[in-house]
Design a protein around this ligand. Structure first.
Ligand SMILES: Nc1ncnc2c1ncn2[C@@H]1O[C@H](COP(=O)(O)OP(=O)(O)OP(=O)(O)O)[C@@H](O)[C@H]1O
Length: 479
């Protein structure tokens, strides 16, 4: 007798997943397979939905064989795999839509085919001046050659960003990772990786014009160009670049003029097949006060997160610093440091360097006791480092205002509340007197600080939204 089992897209895919999970690393499985949805099964063809074109390309590049084996096991030798790509089209009012592609279709998909609206080039933006010989002008790339792929150690926390960076370095402008947006918390290696990509491109493609710039300097340059009426030259200069790396783009938030000019430069470069690499301390969804049209462009390529390094990666990083400095240290000490300094790589480096320094200056052997002493001091020092200046910076950054605004005499409610919050944190985290807090935050007297602290206490009890702000900021102090 024939036994009928009803196969559904889901059941077939679940079988595939079981097989794949057993055969690849857990992190890769989570990254590349869990976001996939099985949506349809017809005869021998399974349709799966992936979240982006780059996802599809990545699967085809790295996992096509295992997919084939898994599918053949689940559906037989005639099995076929088809992808549906869900395009998040955030510009205009279009709904997300899907595009269908078969497996092993390696033909490049042009932007136009994906129906992403392309801005018309603003004729104004073409260089109105013919600057003789400008093509021959050598642009200093501003890259730091100490930051390379070789010394950017790989771990689960940065594998995606690092691999995408390498792919971009091999083929700048020629992958779908354009722009490549690297995001993650403080001191986790975004700047290092951004430089490493640039350095590698310089090595592999010496003919390319590369520029690394922080968004802050970009903004200053732009503001200067407006003042000096050289905006066109500014834009023209950026249009000459083949690989543009902009660090800390969250800095553009709230700066609409700079965003506008960046938008035009970005479009020009992108449409001309030039590579753009961006870093940010936030994911695109969490960026505030960045125009939608710019945000949607950031999402065109790949947004790759760098997370906190796990223990193994921290050990690798410590070992590489020791190797670089020609120092040997017992394994248990390396592990102790890696286990206890975990918040970011910059601090990890700081701790190990101060341990090396302590032992060589005091001619002491590196013992576990010394390591404990240094790490303890180091970790405590980091905590103690909360100064009133730092508090003002964190609070004003959070509310996206500058420190002058925070300290100004204005009575605007949101500014007053931000200032009061800074005073509150200063009282909580420093040993300064109310008078000293007041004089450092906007030149106020001690009674104002006292009033501020009471107001904040009150708001925390009564205003849920405000409490959320407070908690967000507080987290930044209690790392
Ligand atoms: N995976 C890694 N391997 C080796 N060194 C690393 C790694 N990640 C970070 N580092 C080192 O940690 C330090 C901090 O990294 P980096 O300045 O790139 O951080 P960031 O994410 O740009 O921080 P910020 O947000 O403060 O700008 C650098 O000295 C960098 O070389």
């Amino acid at each position: 007798m024939h036994e009928y089992t009803t196969k559904t897209a889901e059941s077939v895919w679940n079988n595939c997943l079981k097989f794949i999970q057993d055969n690849i690393q857990e992190q890769a499985f989570k990254t590349w397979f869990l976001p996939i949805k099985a949506i349809e099964l017809t005869d021998n063809a399974l349709y799966i939905q992936v979240p982006s074109k780059f996802f599809y390309e990545w699967l085809e590049e790295h996992y096509v064989s295992i997919l084939k084996v898994a599918l053949t096991k689940a559906l037989g030798a005639e099995a076929k795999l088809l992808y549906k790509i869900r395009m998040e089209n955030t510009t205009g009012n279009k709904q997300p839509y899907t595009e269908q592609l078969p497996s092993a279709n390696r033909s490049p998909v042009k932007t136009q085919e994906l129906d992403i609206p392309i801005q018309n080039k603003d004729p104004e933006l073409k260089n109105p001046f013919v600057i003789p010989g400008i093509r021959n002008v050598k642009i200093e790339s501003q890259l730091n050659s100490n930051y390379s792929f070789d010394n950017f150690l790989e771990g689960d926390s940065n594998r995606l960003a690092r691999s995408a960076g390498l792919a971009v370095a091999n083929k700048p402008g020629g992958t779908s990772f354009n722009p490549l947006l690297i995001f993650g918390g403080v001191g986790l290696g975004k700047t290092h990786l951004a430089h490493a990509i640039g350095v590698e491109i310089k090595e592999l493609h010496p003919e390319k014009t590369i520029l690394y710039i922080s968004a802050e300097v970009f903004t200053q340059q732009y503001v200067d160009s407006v003042r000096k009426k050289t905006r066109h030259d500014f834009i023209y200069f950026y249009q000459l670049i083949d690989v543009l790396i902009v660090d800390d783009i969250q800095f553009l938030s709230g700066k609409s003029g700079t965003q506008d000019v960046f938008f035009h430069i970005f479009n020009y470069l992108h449409q001309n097949g030039k590579q753009v690499i961006l870093t940010s301390d936030k994911a695109p969804v969490d960026m505030q006060d960045i125009e939608q049209r710019l945000l949607s462009r950031f999402k065109w390529g790949l947004s790759a997160e760098i997370q906190h390094p796990d223990f193994d990666t921290r050990v690798k990083i410590v070992k590489s610093i020791l190797f670089r400095d020609g120092v040997e240290m017992p394994e248990e000490i390396i592990e102790y440091v890696a286990k206890n300094v975990k918040s970011n790589v910059r601090e990890l480096e700081g701790a190990i360097i101060s341990l090396i320094a302590q032992s060589s200056f005091n001619k002491r052997e590196v013992t576990l006791d010394l390591a404990k002493h240094v790490v303890e001091k180091f970790v405590k020092n980091v905590k103690r480092e909360i100064s009133i200046d730092y508090i003002q910076k964190v609070v004003s950054d959070y509310f996206q205002m500058d420190i002058e605004t925070l300290c100004s005499k204005t009575r605007k409610r949101h500014i007053v509340q931000a200032r009061q919050l800074a005073m509150f944190f200063a009282k909580k985290y420093t040993k300064s007197s109310l008078a000293s807090i007041g004089s450092q935050i906007g030149d106020r007297d001690h009674a104002t600080v006292l009033h501020a602290c009471k107001t904040i206490d009150n708001l925390l009890e009564t205003d849920k939204q405000f409490k959320k702000y407070y908690e967000d900021i507080n987290k930044k102090f209690s790392l």
